[in-house]
Design a protein around this ligand. Structure first.
Ligand code: AMP
Ligand code: MG
Length: 505
């Protein structure tokens, strides 16, 4: 290993390794001291690879043998035991509203920004999560446990494959280092990848302290690097708010259409790029319950499935409030937030029309869609399975559609709805086989259900990472039939209902 000779990189991160032909740019690190603290990751003992994402590695332009090159350098780097030349590790400071209450200063308490790579698809930042104490760790230990790191890794890659804007995940590494939660667990690190990790909370931080120059700096940075089209507008900061509003509305529509619950939609967990970020106690719906709360710590159900759109808008208001010193007129900020409802409802109608296999998106279809969702909610029909089965709907008069019908308890209500649906499809001359192909490209067969993650985590705790890797393979092709893997598309087992996922990660 080409590390400096003073100590083993296994024990300390005081080292820089020759970077394997990677070009780092690190624009965020040019922002200045108010925005971050530069520091190194804290090393862990005996790191090992849990899983890596070949898709994410390809995105970064890493060579196929990247995990093994130069005597396993990458393992040391992505467990926080070494750095590649050109990396500029730092923890950024932000604030935020947690569960609707102003929480003051937060920041990267266990994450470390490593640097920014120039890739064929544009610059991408890399970030370690679980890399030890930072000035923003507050009461925490700066670590992440194996369980939550596996969940974040798998869901990041799964969401990307589902077509949802998200931060990506390159790898998970594990260490036997003990980490205390409700019980003693072990440490792991996940390496996240995104064009930027800037959150709403970054803006709230400087606004709350009346640091308007710094606020302007990060807003300008965001405009110049990620929203250059807003620069041309008469009011660039209002245009930025509107662009974030539109992206966020569209992202939440993606979540709703997949039955995804984020679980902790605090403003510090909202990406300025409209990416899904900070996977914690997330969950995909099994039986459809609009009031489903996936986060065991969310007593009030603030982040219940059906509330996600309105919480997103609430969070955008917090961002608007933070940007107000730059925008000037409250009316301009409100006007920038205004498109949320129409963008969200149009996106929902488009997603759900596609899920029903309708060629056209028409306002009157809202009734047909709503009635279907109401039926699903009444019968707690499995969200993913029902939509997937809908693809095999037969529009012939008198067809029985038993496979789908079986997913409902109120059969007469289903039959009545099915007649309307068949009628609507016939109206637009829908061809069953063609429509099925289209529907199978938007209604996934595989999502990261909690019980699947739990089973992979249980094995991983015994040192067997094969199920994590297998799940990744399945979830990177969620729309494929994958006939060899029927159990991963099946109804959840009874014990899945008892799984509790909380913020403690
Ligand atoms: P989260 O709810 O996971 O988004 O975390 C909220 C804040 O707490 C963020 O600033 C995190 O960096 C911080 N945090 C969460 N867990 C830990 C931990 N184990 N050690 C240090 N900081 C943490
Ligand atoms: Mg967070």
């Amino acid at each position: 290993m080409s590390a400096s000779a003073t100590a083993s990189p296994r024990l300390s991160a005081q080292f820089e390794l020759a970077s394997p032909d990677l070009a780092w740019t690190n624009r965020f690190a040019t922002l200045g001291n108010e925005f971050f603290t530069e520091l190194r990751p804290v090393a862990v003992p005996k790191p090992s690879w849990v899983a890596t994402s070949a898709d994410c590695a390809a995105l970064l332009g890493l060579r196929e043998d990247w995990t093994e090159r130069e005597d396993w350098q990458a393992l040391q780097v992505f467990s926080g035991n070494a750095l590649w030349n050109g990396m500029q590790p730092l923890a950024s400071v932000y604030s935020g509203h947690q569960f609707g209450v102003w929480a003051g200063q937060l920041g990267d308490g266990r994450a470390l920004w490593l640097g920014e790579l120039n890739t064929p698809g544009g610059p991408l930042e890399l970030q370690l999560k679980g890399s030890g104490l930072t000035p923003y760790s507050r009461m925490g230990d700066g670590r992440a446990v194996l369980r939550s790191s596996i969940r974040e890794f798998l869901c990041s890659e799964a969401m990307h494959a589902l077509g949802v804007p998200t931060t990506r995940a390159l790898c998970v590494t594990a260490s036997p280092l003990p980490v205390r939660r409700e019980e003693v667990e072990t440490a792991a690190l996940v390496t996240r990848v995104a064009p930027s990790f800037i959150r709403f909370g970054h803006f709230e931080h400087f606004a709350s302290r009346n640091q308007t120059a710094a606020l302007r700096r990060i807003a300008d940075f965001t405009l110049d690097n990620y929203y250059p089209e807003c620069r041309a507008e008469a009011q660039p900061y209002a245009a930025l708010l509107e662009a974030v509003t539109r992206r966020t509305a569209s992202m939440v529509a993606d979540w709703q259409a997949l039955g995804f619950c984020h679980g902790v939609m605090n403003t510090d967990n909202m990406s300025i790029l409209g990416l899904t970020i900070d996977y914690g106690p997330f969950g995909f719906l099994d039986g459809f319950d609009p009031g489903h709360i996936c986060n065991h710590s969310d007593d009030q159900g603030r982040y219940a499935y059906a509330r996600q759109p309105s919480v997103a808008l609430w969070n955008l208001h917090a961002l608007g409030q933070a940007l107000l010193p730059l925008i000037g007129e409250p009316e301009a900020a409100l006007a920038a937030l205004d498109p949320f409802r129409s963008v969200f409802s149009q996106a929902m109608l488009a997603r759900l029309s596609a899920k029903l296999g309708l060629h056209t998106t028409q306002e009157p279809d809202n009734r047909l869609i709503d009635d279907f969702m109401t039926l699903m909610a009444q019968d707690r029909s499995d969200f993913t399975i029902v939509f997937r089965r809908l693809a095999s709907f037969n529009t012939d008069v008198g067809a029985n559609n038993d496979a789908l019908r079986d997913a409902f308890i109120d059969r007469p209500a289903f039959d009545a709805w099915a007649r309307r649906y068949a009628e609507r499809l016939r109206q637009e001359g829908s061809i069953d086989a063609e429509r099925a192909l289209r529907m199978n490209r938007v209604n996934p067969r595989f999502v990261l259900r909690n019980h699947l993650a739990e089973a992979a985590i249980a094995q991983a705790r015994d040192g067997d990472f094969s199920e994590v890797r297998r799940l990744l393979e399945i979830l990177r092709r969620p729309f494929d039939e994958q006939e060899e893997n029927p159990q991963y598309a099946a109804y959840p087992p009874a014990w899945a209902q008892g799984i509790e996922v909380s913020c403690s990660s």
